[in-house]
Design a protein around this ligand. Structure first.
Ligand code: GAP
Length: 463
């Protein structure tokens, strides 16, 4: 019998689990850590790469109209002039009262608009005050978010380059190359995954907002008249992706930006928001960028960035729909949604009910005792299974402790080799979520797991 412990998840518990099980560590920890910067350990690397692999599968492998790109992080400085990002700034305000904390003015206004209690209580008659101590705030100051560095041995204005603050611009500047060599015509898209850097004023909430992060972006080029329809299409597709990978639908919502929230390039943007422990917050943005980017880059580079229909001779600048997701933020959302605590036979267990396709390890092979031929049989099975899927062999400690460890890293299946295996060649297969144990022949395990991995999976939290 298992009894769920309701609403158990907090950010503190996720951070502690990540450290305890080697998913994510504070960066440069031995030197006291570098603020809001994180390193991924073994299970974190496997989990985040599964998130990215599922994204590639959904947006490229299972479609005919999107191709892949991997552009450089360092780009020609003109890129940033054309993109409008050279002045990529956030409005910074500082508390003039007791606590001296810095805030993003737009975030404070957003919190007041959403009626968030703390911010509301601190702001009287439209004037913002510090949500921490209620002090007055300074006038907003524009704070440049782009990290700069220098290329080559001489550090002068001419050698200045920037670390990209989004992967999108690498796609726009390659539009012509891809159009020529991919044999695509609008509507078609270019997908890219890679690191971006922003000198955020208020990073925080673990890997939710950091200064170095990974994005998964698509720029989808369409005939202008079809932009509205494709915007709708991508909102549906991206919502579906998260729920198919196990996020509970009532923990997701789409929120359209108000006119004063829209970025300089966008005529319409909707955010997919997830119910993180700190409340509904942006997980992914889906913007209609119109022809802004191609027009700007055409003007600054003097290259024609348009589509010419060879049959009709029609030419136009495609409009762009941009689904832009965060790989780290997505990983955090999948972990938060999967986190569960329950009581099983009087003992508490923490379990990550990750979708099997996202789980870092798919199966653990465990000999019940470390003797009587069991370890040898278990190792043979493990050698066989790991050729097909990520597997672990674990012979250390009590079986209960080993199961608990696998539950915490989200391993969906455990195979136990026991005295009966030695006698009749059968093993038990334990299911992480239902705790059901089935007995099957050792030679059938691989096929059974491959079948389960390919089968539809529904979060057990949906009931
Ligand atoms: N090209 C459009 C663009 O970059 P954005 O809303 O600024 O749009 C898209 O970023 C996504 O990238 C966000 O929804 C989020 O998932 C992720 N992201 C943005 N800034 C981030 C940060 N500082 N830390 C972690 N993820 C971030």
């Amino acid at each position: 019998m298992s009894t769920p412990i309701k609403d158990a998840v907090t950010m503190e518990k996720i951070v502690a689990l990540c450290k305890r099980r080697g998913f994510i560590f504070q960066s440069s920890e031995i030197y006291g850590g570098l603020a809001s910067t994180y390193d991924y350990g073994h299970y974190g690397v496997l989990l985040k790469s599964n998130v990215k692999a599922e994204w590639w599968r959904a947006v490229v492998q299972e479609r005919d109209d999107v191709v892949a790109l991997d552009a450089a992080i360092l780009m020609h400085p003109r890129t940033w002039e054309a993109s409008g990002l050279e002045g990529f700034t956030d409005p910074l305000v500082q508390c003039l009262g007791k606590c001296k904390r810095r805030w993003r003015e737009d975030h404070l206004r957003e919190a007041v608009a959403k009626g968030e209690a703390q911010a509301e209580a601190r702001s009287a008659e439209g004037e913002l005050h510090c949500p921490e101590c209620g002090g007055d705030l300074s006038e907003p100051r524009n704070f440049n978010l782009m990290f700069e560095t220098h290329m080559g041995p001489v550090q002068d204005e001419g050698s200045r380059v920037f670390l990209r603050p989004e992967t999108a611009q690498g796609i726009f500047v390659n539009f012509k190359n891809v159009l020529q060599f991919s044999r695509k015509r609008p509507p078609f898209g270019i997908a890219q995954v890679g690191k971006s850097f922003r000198n955020e004023i208020t990073p925080g909430n673990f890997i939710f907002r950091t200064r170095e992060f990974e994005q998964m972006e698509i720029e989808f080029f369409v005939p202008p008249a079809e932009a509205g329809r494709w915007h709708e299409h991508w909102m549906e597709e991206r919502m579906r992706w998260y729920t198919e990978l196990g996020i509970r639908p009532d923990h997701l919502r789409l929120r359209a930006h108000g006119p004063d929230e829209l970025s300089h390039y966008s005529s319409a943007t909707s955010d997919i928001e997830y119910l993180f422990p700190m409340g509904f917050s942006e997980l992914e943005g889906i913007a209609n960028r119109g022809d802004f980017d191609l027009t700007q880059h055409a003007q600054y580079s003097r290259e024609k960035l348009e589509y010419v229909d060879s049959a009709s001779g029609d030419r136009y600048v495609p409009h762009v729909i941009e689904p832009s997701a965060g790989a780290d933020r997505g990983t955090l959302a999948f972990m938060v949604d999967a986190y569960d605590e329950e009581e099983v036979e009087g003992r508490e267990r923490v379990v990550l009910r990750l979708h099997p396709r996202l789980a870092p390890v798919k199966v653990a092979v465990l000999p019940l005792v470390n003797k009587d031929g069991q370890p040898e049989l278990a190792r043979d099975l493990y050698q066989d299974l790991r050729r097909r899927m990520p597997a672990e062999y674990d012979a250390g400690g009590s079986i209960g402790k080993r199961y608990r460890r696998q539950d915490e890293i989200g391993t969906p299946w455990g195979v136990t080799v026991d005295h009966q295996t030695v006698e009749d060649g059968t093993v038990t297969l334990r299911d992480r979520d239902s705790l059901e144990q089935t007995r099957l022949r050792i030679g059938e395990v691989g096929g059974e797991l491959a079948r389960r991995l390919g089968a539809e999976w529904r979060s057990p939290k949906l009931g």
